[in-house]
Design a protein around this ligand. Structure first.
Ligand code: BDR
Ligand code: CA
Length: 310
């Protein structure tokens, strides 16, 4: 199985990404590292522990960064509820996170398995950016990062920016400029994967506690998507990363150069995606992006997915 570290901020869809990863024999989850994001770090760590206990899984959980590198912290209680995992009645966790910091776990694990550990971030990129700054060597030892964040087109937290990238644009910039091959599952892709009532019922019909909790998580998560977008159900953002590792043939991606806007204007936190290769020199007369001319692709950006297959 492929070795991965899941770096997340649970979060309804993070919880489901965790379930998918831990249930898949194709993947070996070496650890779950947790970051601030949807709610405070204390709550995202608690939620990761809750999910682990719900599943009866044994994976170690590490607490990481409790705030972004530069900007002030933002959070998404409006989408995920005050706990970050509102909806089902879930018992408080008995277990604890490991003593080791998530960032030091990431560094140690990548150094221990050079070229073998795929990183799967489904929250703000603070932990990963800190790891790259603390031990720059790891950049050459990580074969791939498959992340949920950004968008080929519009944002969801501002017109330009997607939540995970907006949470810590400076960290995202460090990661996108690291030279590590990136697969980016942005909103343009994840908005194709809707947990419709029919799909939610299939979880419930499993007749297990996990199936029932998953259905209830998706029913709570749905509310925001109905109100904001008028959709039939929630978008399953984060599980797209894990699904890509298990069944890449379900996805269509395109290689392109992606830059992160870190200026604090209208586009703060935007993933500026060069879909048509205009930084490759063909449009050398264009202004505004000139500093980035000649940039090779740094990401495979998800374009389409077989949602039913997923
Ligand atoms: C992302 O933001 C979070 O609320 C979700 O968990 C997902 O990772 C979508 O923009
Ligand atoms: Ca998330």
């Amino acid at each position: 199985p492929r070795k991965i570290i899941l770096d997340c901020d649970p979060g309804h869809d993070d919880a489901i990404a965790m379930m998918l990863a831990l249930a898949s024999p194709e993947l070996e989850v070496l650890g779950v590292t947790v970051v601030h994001g949807n709610v405070s770090l204390a709550r995202t760590v608690r939620n990761a522990l809750v999910v682990r206990e719900l599943l009866g899984a044994e994976v170690p959980i590490y607490a990481g960064a409790d705030r972004p590198l530069v900007r002030e912290r933002i959070s998404a209680e409006a989408v995920h509820g005050v706990s970050g995992l509102d909806g089902p009645r879930l018992s408080e966790p008995q277990g604890k996170p490991e003593q080791q910091h998530a960032v030091s776990f990431i560094i140690e694990t990548v150094l221990a398995h050079p070229g073998e550990v795929t990183l799967v971030p489904t929250g703000p990129l603070t932990n990963l950016a800190l790891a790259l700054r603390l031990e720059p060597k790891i950049a050459g030892l990580i074969p791939q990062i498959v992340l949920m964040g950004g968008s080929l087109d519009t944002g969801n937290w501002t017109p330009a920016a997607e939540f995970n990238i907006l949470c810590d644009p400076h960290a995202a910039r460090i990661v996108f400029e690291s030279g590590i091959p990136i697969v980016m599952m942005g909103l343009n892709l994840t908005h194709q994967v809707i947990a419709t009532p029919r799909r939610v019922e299939r979880f419930r019909a499993l007749g297990s506690r996990v199936g029932e909790v998953t259905a209830q998580l998706l029913e709570f998560f749905r509310e925001h998507h109905v109100t904001r977008y008028g959709w039939e159900g929630a978008a399953l953002h984060d599980p797209c990363t894990v699904a890509y590792l298990i069944r890449p043939e379900l996805f269509k991606t395109q290689a392109m150069y992606v830059a992160i806007e870190t200026n604090e204007g209208l586009n703060f936190g935007r993933t500026v995606c060069d879909r048509w290769g205009v930084t490759q020199g063909v449009a050398a007369g264009h202004t505004g992006f000139a500093g980035n001319l000649g940039q090779p692709a740094n990401a495979q950006v998800g374009l389409a997915v077989d949602a039913e297959g997923l």
